[in-house]
Design a binder for this molecule. Sequence first.
Ligand code: DSN
Length: 478
Amino acid sequence: MSRNAESTAFRSALEVIRAVEPRVADAIGAELADQRESLKLIASENYASPATLLAMGNWFSDKYAEGTVGRRFYAGCQNVDTVEALAAEHARELFGAAHAYVQPHSGIDANLVAFWAILADRVESPALKKAQARHVNDLTEADWFALRRELGDQRMLGMSLDAGGHLTHGFRPNISGKMFDQRSYGTDPATGLIDYDRVAEAAREFRPLILVAGYSAYPRKVNFRIMREIADSVGATFMVDMAHFAGLVAGKVFTGDFDPVPHAHIVTTTTHKSLRGPRGGMVLCGPELADQVDRGCPMVLGGPLPHVMAAKAVALAEARRPDFADYAQRIVDNAQALADGLLRRGATLVTGGTDNHLVLIDVSNYGLTGRQAEQALLDSGIVTNRNAVPQDPNGAWYTSGIRIGTPALTTRGLGATEMDATAELIHTVLSQTTAGTGPDGAASKAKYVLDPAVAEQVGKQAADLLTPFPLYPTVDLA
Ligand code: DSN
């Protein structure tokens, strides 16, 4: 695509927006400038292509399209049908799935659609049938009580939060924790790895309706064949949330036992992380669950977002190209180069390394909390997020970990040499930062001391590292 076409498209869009609310146009321009300048290591973020971004800014945003392709509750959905069918077709082909539901607006929506589909498939309940005919927001307290009574305390077994699991896998602050009686499996304290024998033991004791695999902060592959065997041994439905690593599945880096699609009854994902699409969610399943999954609207969702489904179709088409497989492999190569660089400099990594797109640094050996490390790195132009480590003594707010990931920098084109330089910058900041004290002189989990000259020097080196790899090189807003 020519530099001209993409520059013209974005420049014209900003000109049109500026005529109405210039501050929004300025903020959009500033966001591109900020993203161009920051060394983005947030494992769940990426840079969608100009085509994907542009597919979202158009008239599809104006259309209601509740229902499914060819069966809508609104007239005039023929063009929405086209893009939804295309997105689903690309998803089926890309992942080798029998059925794809591309309406979820996010990962939590996708998980809720999956949970309700499994409940409807497995549990006899008149209250559930009633709930399925309505949007969850329209259910009264009495409806919820009836649902709880009839569904009983259905059980879900998922990965614990501090081992890298996700809030939507049955944890209290999320609605999934209110729907299910949840129990977690953790990781082996010595190795940080999933101990499948322990998972099997927990499943035998707990007898869950749903066994969930998937993570947002576990730096290793999961053997989905073994997990399916465990699910089968206790009659559980096996669900995989592949939001973080969908790009590695799409790019055929995770194959065989490590590809969730042939092993799980149902797979959910977001589309904007390693898959590099628009912000959104998706559900894949076999024919047995397809009808229930398609009831995601109205059970969980209101109107789908046709403009985002259009962008999903574009991004999934991109992911089917051969160069996406090369991109996916480079994500992992880069994560391993980053991990090796950190290990060589003395950092402690949860599980001792990585075989996916993310690395979890235990920063307690630098004498820091995750919160202190995150801020010190940010001061130095390195964007990461703090994350709990297994059995974290600092809890989920302050944490003892920093999670870093390579999908975004790999999209920019950085490679192993730059990952080693990045490891050096991270190590420099962490080793030169010390824990601070509060006003009363007591140790603080948030305050830290970092010489501003060090932060400035590292920030400059980080910017230099990015210079040869311009972000959106075909987009010139000037
Ligand atoms: N917020 C996402 C992440 O950062 O992993 C998951 O929901």
